[in-house]
Write a protein that binds this ligand. Structure first.
Ligand code: LLP
Length: 381
C-alpha cells in the first residue's frame, strides 16, 4: 500500500485513505478469475459504501449486494445497474420491499416465510412480480468469530431447512413471486476453504432433492465471506480469489444454465484502506506506555467489537530508531477503545502519523458519531 506521507500530513485526521491501485488490482483479479465461468460477483455494499469506492467497483462491472433500502439507492446512484442488485436482510420493511420492486432490482434474498407473504401481498398491491431467492440457513459452522458467523441454526438468518419445502411451495404457487434460486451466507473472514466446500456439498444435496420434485434453481448464491490477511497486508494485498472460485466451481455440481452468485465485501475492499491517525499524546503509565491516537473506536469499531487486530504502522517515525513497546489506544471514554496491546513500534512521538491497516472493509461503514465525534473524511488516491 502506498501512502503519500506529504499528502497525508496536509489532511485532517482521522482519515480513511484508500489506495486506488490496490482496489483496481483486486477488481481486475476478480474479473480475471471469473471470466468464462458462470460466476457473478455482487459487491457487498455494507463493507464500504463510500461513494468514490462504489463508483470504481460499479465501473468494474460487479453487481451489488444490499441489505437496506438506502444501500439499494446508494448502489444505483453510484452506477450499479438495478438488474445486477440483490437485496438480503431479515428485517426488510414494507417501504424497503416496495423500493426494491420499484427500482427493478435483480432479486430479493428472502429470509423467512413471513417475509415471503408480505412481499407477495405488496407485489400484488403494487403490480410487480419480483424475483426471489430463498435464503437458507444451512447450519454450517464457518469457524470464524462468533459475531460474524451467520449460517448456524442459532443465528437469525435464513430459512430453517425444515421450513424450506414450505417456502419453495409458497413461492412456486404464487402468482406474484418468481422463484429463481437459493441463497446462503455462512459467515465472514473465512480463510480456510473447508467451510465453503462443505456448503457447496449441502447445496448439491438440496439442488438434487428439489430437482426430483421438479424444481429448478437458476441462481445459486453462495454469499460472501472470503477473508483477508490482516497480519501481512503488504505480502497479501489481494486475497486468493482463484482458490476461492476454484473451490466453488469444483465442488458445485452445476446444471446447464445455472449461475453461481457470490457476495464479496471484505475481500474486495479490505486491503485498499487504512485509517490514518495522528498521535495526540504518548502517555507514560505505571508499567506501560500508551500511544493515544486521534482515532477511536467510533472511527474503527472492529477491535472493540470483535477483538479484531489491524496492523499498526508508524508512518513518520525514524525507521532506524529502536523498537519500543506500546499500547495503542483511542480517545473514547471506553476501556475497549484499544487498537493494540504491546505493539512493537519505532520510537513514537506526539504528532506522528499512524496507519491502522486493512481497514477498507467494515471501517468507515461502521463508523459512528459516539462522543459527538465526526465521521472521518476519506480520500481515494
Ligand atoms: N452477504 C451477506 C448476506 C452478508 O451477511 C454479508 C456479511 C456479506 C454478504 C459480505 O460478507 P464478506 O464477504 O464481507 O465477508 N462487520 C463484520 C463483518 C460482518 C459481516 C456480515 N455479513 C466485521 O467487521 O468483521
Amino acid at each position: 500500500m502506498n501512502i503519500d506521507i506529504d499528502l497525508a500530513k496536509g489532511l485532517k485526521t482521522p482519515l480513511y485513505w484508500y489506495d486506488y491501485q490496490i482496489l483496481q488490482a483486486t477488481l481486475d483479479e476478480i474479473n480475471r478469475c471469473i471470466s468464462g465461468t458462470p460466476v457473478k460477483v455482487h459487491y457487498a455494499v455494507k463493507a464500504n459504501s463510500n461513494k468514490k469506492l462504489l463508483k470504481v467497483i460499479s465501473e468494474a462491472g460487479l453487481g451489488a449486494d444490499c441489505v437496506s433500502g438506502r444501500e439499494v439507492t446508494a448502489a444505483i446512484n453510484a452506477g450499479f445497474k438495478p438488474d445486477t442488485i440483490c437485496y438480503a436482510g431479515v428485517g426488510k420493511t414494507d417501504r424497503e420491499l416496495i423500493l426494491g420492486m420499484k427500482s427493478g432490482i435483480a432479486y430479493f434474498n428472502v429470509e423467512s416465510i413471513e417475509e415471503l407473504k408480505v412481499l407477495e401481498q405488496l407485489a400484488e398491491e403494487y403490480g410487480y412480480k419480483p424475483n426471489v431467492c430463498l435464503r437458507v440457513n444451512p447450519n454450517i459452522d464457518a469457524h470464524t468469530h462468533h459475531y460474524i458467523t451467520t449460517g448456524l441454526e442459532e443465528n437469525k438468518f435464513g430459512i430453517h431447512l425444515s421450513l424450506l419445502a414450505e417456502a419453495v411451495e409458497f413461492s412456486r404457487n404464487s402468482e406474484f413471486l418468481n422463484l429463481v434460486g437459493l441463497h446462503f451466507h455462512i459467515g465472514s473472514q473465512i480463510t480456510d476453504m473447508a467451510p465453503f466446500r462443505y456448503l457447496c456439498g449441502k447445496i448439491n444435496q438440496l439442488v438434487e432433492e428439489y430437482e426430483r420434485k421438479g424444481v429448478e434453481f437458476k441462481i445459486l448464491n453462495v454469499g460472501g465471506g472470503l477473508g483477508i490477511d490482516y497480519d501481512e497486508p503488504d505480502k497479501n494485498p489481494i486475497p486468493d480469489f482463484k482458490g476461492y472460485f476454484d473451490t466453488l466451481l469444483s465442488t458445485l455440481q452445476l446444471r446447464e444454465g445455472q449461475e453461481v452468485h457470490c457476495e464479496l465485501g471484505r475481500a474486495v475492499v479490505g486491503q485498499c484502506g487504512s485509517l490514518i491517525s495522528q498521535v495526540t499524546y504518548v502517555k507514560q503509565g505505571i508499567d506501560r506506555r500508551f500511544i493515544i491516537l486521534d482515532a477511536g473506536m467510533n472511527d474503527l469499531l472492529r477491535p472493540a467489537l470483535y477483538g479484531a487486530h489491524h496492523k499498526v504502522e508508524n508512518l513518520t517515525a525514524d525507521k532506524d530508531s529502536e523498537i519500543e513497546t506500546y499500547d495503542v489506544v483511542g480517545p473514547i471514554c471506553e476501556s475497549s477503545d484499544v487498537f493494540g496491546k504491546d505493539e512493537k513500534l519505532p520510537l513514537t512521538r506526539r504528532g506522528d502519523l499512524i496507519a491502522l491497516r486493512s481497514a477498507g472493509a467494515y471501517g468507515e461503514s461502521m463508523a459512528s458519531t459516539y462522543n459527538i465525534r465526526p465521521i472521518p473524511e476519506s480520500v481515494l488516491v
